[in-house]
Design a protein. Structure first.
Ligand code: MF3
Ligand code: CO
Ligand code: CO
Length: 273
């Protein structure tokens, strides 16, 4: 399918959906404590999206997915299916929320820590967040999609971490997953499609403490590291603007990592929420 370019009105609709996804993550944060199950987290998010936001949790029934959010704990890389798993002190958890409102999707995920976590786990979470922003910094018309992956891979490997190759970011809009595929790795600059004003897609690098290899669990969804070492992921939905990038799921209190502002120059559009 061709890449669809969005109008400014469509981008505002996506920003609103992204705002709702952020509200869900803000709401659920205080519940992410030792003793809660990932099923309980899923139910609270589901009820909030449906009853309070009057919106729809995009993952539910998507290609048969049984839950409303993804919860990926420790060595789970992505698409962790909520279940009876009880969170315990020291766990790290990615919660991935996609909300559909007024026909448009907004997709974002964050890492949460349960109580006190190891320094190694915290460092991985920080490196993954820096990788997300290294990717975002490459988004502007005239750059190539592969420049996003190149920046992410270079940053991850400079910190002795590995980029998962088997899953990628995606175009988003009226569809949850549209073209293009957004790889989080590249061997050189200038690979892939040219970025054009009006493109909207996610950047969601999965960064492993050990090797990049992953495997799929028998539930058909949950992806884990082969070496059982930790994995971390953050995700934003972005739009390519006339001269840079508009992070549609940006939070007013969000801090762009200093290592990124120091090393990359990029034009970030103002946000509304
Ligand atoms: N939100 C995930 C993403 O970032 C996709 C979840 S699809 C599901 O693309 F079916 F696994 F929920
Ligand atoms: Co997501
Ligand atoms: Co996504």
């Amino acid at each position: 399918m061709p890449i669809t370019l969005k109008t400014l009105d469509e981008i505002e609709s996506m920003r609103y959906a992204g705002h709702l996804a952020n509200e869900v993550l803000d709401m659920i944060g205080p519940y992410v404590k030792a003793g809660i199950t990932t099923n309980e987290i899923d139910r609270i998010c589901h009820d909030y999206i449906v009853n309070v936001q009057k919106a729809f949790p995009s993952p539910l029934y998507y290609k048969g997915y049984p839950k409303s959010i993804c919860t990926s704990v420790n060595h789970q890389v992505c698409h962790g299916v909520p279940g009876d798993k009880v969170l315990k002190e020291g766990d790290i958890v990615n919660i991935d929320v996609t909300v559909m409102k007024n026909g448009y999707h907004g997709d974002t995920s964050r890492m949460f820590t349960v109580g006190k976590t190891s320094i190694i786990a915290k460092r991985l979470i920080d490196v993954a967040y820096e990788c997300l922003w290294a990717g975002i910094s490459q988004v502007k018309p005239g750059n190539h999609l592969g420049d996003v992956g190149y920046a992410i891979q270079r940053h991850a490997e400079s910190k002795s971490c590995a980029v998962v190759r088997d899953y990628c970011g995606h175009g988003i809009g009226r569809d949850f997953h549209e073209d293009p595929q957004v790889l989080h790795h590249a061997d050189k600059h200038g690979e892939g499609d040219l970025l054009c004003t009006g493109m909207t897609f996610t950047i969601e690098p999965m960064i492993n403490a050990g090797k990049c290899d992953v495997k799929l669990l028998p539930d058909g969804w949950t992806v884990v590291t082969k070496d059982h070492k930790l994995s971390a992921q953050w995700e934003h939905t972005v739009a390519v603007t006339k001269d840079g990038v508009d992070v549609l799921t940006f939070r007013p209190d969000e801090k762009i990592p200093q290592v990124i502002t120091a090393n990359y120059r990029f034009s970030l559009f103002g946000f509304r929420w």
